[in-house]
Design a protein around this ligand. Structure first.
Ligand SMILES: [Ca+2]
Ligand SMILES: [Ca+2]
Ligand SMILES: [Ca+2]
Ligand SMILES: [Ca+2]
Length: 769
């Protein structure tokens, strides 16, 4: 069977064409003044290397002009000259490697040997004149190739591609340096084979001694300026970037055990990245033979995952953890600016992205985590996203994520939309975010079902309906709640285009949202929302004059432009749900007054409700219709024995679209699914849902619906279909049928399919559509 390609290749699956020319536009533009404004150098105090060593080791000095490699290296007067001299040294815990400010090292990498220890890290930093330029390592592309002659990855040299390199080393702190790694700043590399990092930190599983510690602890990267990293515009099966944490292993993940091979306790703060490819900051596994035939596995719900989906990171506890990425500025980034994978307990906050996916011809996003867990992205500002079809959204709820929240983020002027959304995740939440002029698609894709509902709550969307493609461009495959959001369309001519596919929003529940159309005309596609409003929110500021360029440290002030005025009809017009969290974008407690407000800012109006309770859970509302098959015993003529026995017929009547029955691989047609109501039951609609996922196609071509005729002692057909079942099929038109037992007889397979059927639900209704 075919399944979805990994994120980097999704564009190919989606049939998109290369837009290389568009990607290249602007790639060589000089760095705007904003880069300088964000440079920490402007406010630099004394350099750390001018103060005594407080980590208990020795200090070593490097001076590219006046140093001598045969000197002792232990004082500014006896400084070494070359990075090669430092690279030949095994440093001890607490040692510092101090580079002289104003000096430059060309065509060299810095790869000091040794590791620090708890409380005694090895430091790479600067000394000398605080007003001089940071010590600058311009490696100029002089790095080993991570590939063999045949193009495959070389286990000996992967991870050695940085201006600064650390491999199987730990307890390092790096600050106050400037790095670049390109052979020609004036020419953008678009093809060929080049891998160049700023700081390359790797775990190379193949080079660790047997039994050695494979968890690398404690890294700090602070006040580093990385610019001009260049490489081709296509995926080389290896990540590179400004600060790149990567785990390499040439064999299957199954051979590397559990619980190891990750980074722990990492802080990357106050750095700048300008004109950098692929990423500003990156975390991921690489390789681990996850593409092999046997790399896949079943999860607890019976869903199969191919190796690239990296469920194995979760089941084997290989996540990097305790990662904090904050106050970094990224400008003109080739691919995804902040791309995090395989991490848990990660916080990414106050990062600013000014242009991403500028020189790359496959999908990516501005700031995102995938195959991660228990992480939060907040107070980030992303703008200047590309006008192309490679996802290109500032944010991405991505794939194989567990408990990942986007909150308090401000995105604006991203031509591709707001949020990419892949599925295969549990407890995804996007709340109290502000999106302005992110046209394209607001919630983009959905390639797989999820394990639990997704919550889009209290977001404020301000867009131009004439420029917006759709609110959603595919079909929500699992339950999605949209609560308390503002959909504010500034177009006076085009009402909001909600979807592209009929039935796209069937799994989406809209409640207490505000739908504002500047043109006064609402689209026929607008979702039903009994508690919703169609009112002008009465924002504090003019929506057309939203704040840009204020810097991410002032993100709340920028967002406050879209707070509600005292006379807003949206005050107390929302509904409480625990997924709202505890505060809004501006730090105001959720909630005050009779109810939460609609949008990303709660007004302090009315009494503060200290411990809100959801007395009217929307999750229990359903659609007002009673599924008469819910919880009734179901049996199947054939059941797949795999996935630890989790594919039974009981899943057909449990009301949960995330659970499913599957026939055995050798099941013979007709395959029958029987529901026993226990007593005569009357219905006029039967709902059937084939499990359709990324790469799992509908398999049933013909079927019959039969009632048990107790008098005749036989099954009697009352409806049939010859055009398949697929996703979300309601069968009606047979009048009212009364029977104690329903049989769904699957009688024939789609001619193009070799796999046997799998369905998530059989439901029956009376008085239905
Ligand atoms: Ca170049
Ligand atoms: Ca390039
Ligand atoms: Ca309120
Ligand atoms: Ca089910």
């Amino acid at each position: 069977m075919t399944r979805t390609a990994p994120p980097v290749a999704r564009a190919l699956r989606l049939g998109l064409t290369a837009l290389l020319a568009a990607l290249l536009a602007g790639s060589l533009a000089p760095a705007p003044a904003t880069a300088a404004a964000h440079s920490p150098a402007a406010a630099r105090k004394d350099l750390p290397g001018n103060s005594p060593n407080r980590t208990g080791g020795k200090d070593y000095y490097l001076d590219a002009t006046n140093g001598r490699d045969d000197a002792a290296g232990t004082s500014p007067r006896t400084a070494w000259r070359t990075l090669a001299r430092a690279n030949a040294t095994a440093f001890a815990p607490g040692d510092r490697i101090l580079l002289k400010a104003g000096e430059q090292w060309h065509d060299e990498q810095l790869w000091p040997k040794g590791s620090g220890s708890a409380g005694r890290p090895i430091t790479i930093s600067a000394y000398g004149d605080p007003s001089a330029r940071r010590p600058y390592i311009a490696t100029n592309g002089k790095v080993p190739s991570p590939f063999k002659a045949d193009g495959t990855k070389n286990p000996e040299t992967v991870g050695l591609t940085g201006a600064i390199v650390l491999r199987n080393q730990q307890y390092f702190e790096i600050d106050h340096v400037e790095l670049s790694n390109d052979d020609d700043f004036a020419t953008d590399i678009t093809t060929g084979s080049y891998v160049r990092d700023g700081i390359a930190v790797s775990i190379n599983a193949d080079l660790l001694e047997p039994g050695a510690d494979s968890v690398m602890d404690h890294f700090r990267v602070t006040d580093v300026h990385v610019h001009d990293l260049d490489g081709p515009s296509t995926w080389q099966k290896i990540h590179y970037g400004g600060v790149n944490f990567q785990v390499f292993g040439s064999r299957s993940y199954k051979e590397y055990g559990t619980g190891g091979h990750h980074f722990r306790d990492v802080r990357i703060e106050h750095n700048t990245f300008v004109n950098v490819e692929l990423h500003a900051v990156q975390f991921a596994f690489n390789w681990f033979a996850a593409d092999g035939r046997d790399a896949g596995q079943y999860d607890e719900s019976g869903k199969f995952h191919e190796g690239w989906e990296q469920l194995w990171v979760r089941t084997r506890d290989l996540y990097s953890r305790d990662v904090h990425i904050s106050h970094n500025y990224a400008e003109s980034i080739g691919q995804g600016a902040f791309q995090f994978a395989n991490s848990k307990h990660m916080t990414a906050e106050y990062n600013e992205v000014n242009g991403f996916l500028e020189r790359y011809d496959a999908v990516s996003c501005g700031l995102y985590l995938w195959a991660g867990a228990d992480s939060v992205m907040q107070y980030n500002e992303v703008y200047g996203g590309p006008d192309n079809e490679y996802d290109g959204t500032p944010w991405d709820l991505e794939y194989t994520n567990f408990n990942v929240t986007y909150q308090f983020n401000y995105s604006h002027d991203n031509a591709a939309g707001w949020m990419a959304y892949m599925g295969n995740s549990s407890n995804s939440v996007a709340r109290y975010n502000l999106s302005v002029n992110d046209n394209g698609v607001l919630v983009k894709n959905m390639l797989s079902t999820n394990y639990s509902p997704t919550y889009f709550v209290n977001n404020t969307f301000v867009y131009d309906g004439a420029d917006l493609d759709h609110v959603h461009d595919e079909t929500f495959l699992s339950r999605v709640y949209f609560l308390n959001n503002i959909f504010y369309n500034t177009s006076k001519t085009e009402p909001t285009p909600w979807y592209r596919r009929t039935g796209a929003l069937r799994q989406a529940v809209f409640s207490n949202n505000d739908y504002f159309e500047a043109g006064g005309v609402h689209s026929g596609q607008e979702p039903a929302d009994k508690a919703g409003l169609r009112a002008d929110p009465r924002f504090a500021g003019d929506p057309a004059k939203y704040v840009t360029g204020a810097g991410v440290d002032r993100i709340r002030k920028s967002a406050a432009h879209f707070a509600l005025r005292a006379d807003s009809p949206l005050i107390d017009a929302g509904r409480y749900n625990p997924h709202l969290g505890t505060e809004d974008f501006l730090g105001t407690h959720v909630y005050h007054g009779e109810a939460p407000d609609i949008g990303m800012a709660e007004r302090r109006a009315g009494k503060k409700v200290r411990n809100p309770v959801d007395i009217d859970p929307i999750e229990e509302e359903g659609d007002g219709r009673v599924n008469l098959a819910l919880g009734k015993p179901a049996t199947a003529s054939s059941t797949h024995p795999g996935a630890n026995g989790t594919l039974g017929a009981v899943n057909l009547t449990d009301g949960d679209p995330a659970t499913r029955w599957a026939a055995a691989d050798d099941a013979a047609y007709p395959i029958t699914l029987d529901v026993d109501f226990g007593a005569d039951t009357t219905f006029d609609e039967v709902y059937l849902d084939e499990y359709t996922d990324s790469g799992t196609n509908p398999r049933v071509r013909t079927f019959e619906l039969q009632r048990w005729d107790a008098g005749a002692g036989a099954w009697a057909t009352f409806a049939s279909g010859a055009d398949g079942i697929g996703h979300d099929l309601s069968v009606t038109g047979f009048g009212a049928v009364t029977t104690a037992r329903l049989r769904v007889a699957l009688t024939g397979q789609q001619p193009s399919e070799v796999y046997t059927p799998t369905l998530t639900e059989v439901a029956v209704y009376r008085g239905g559509a």
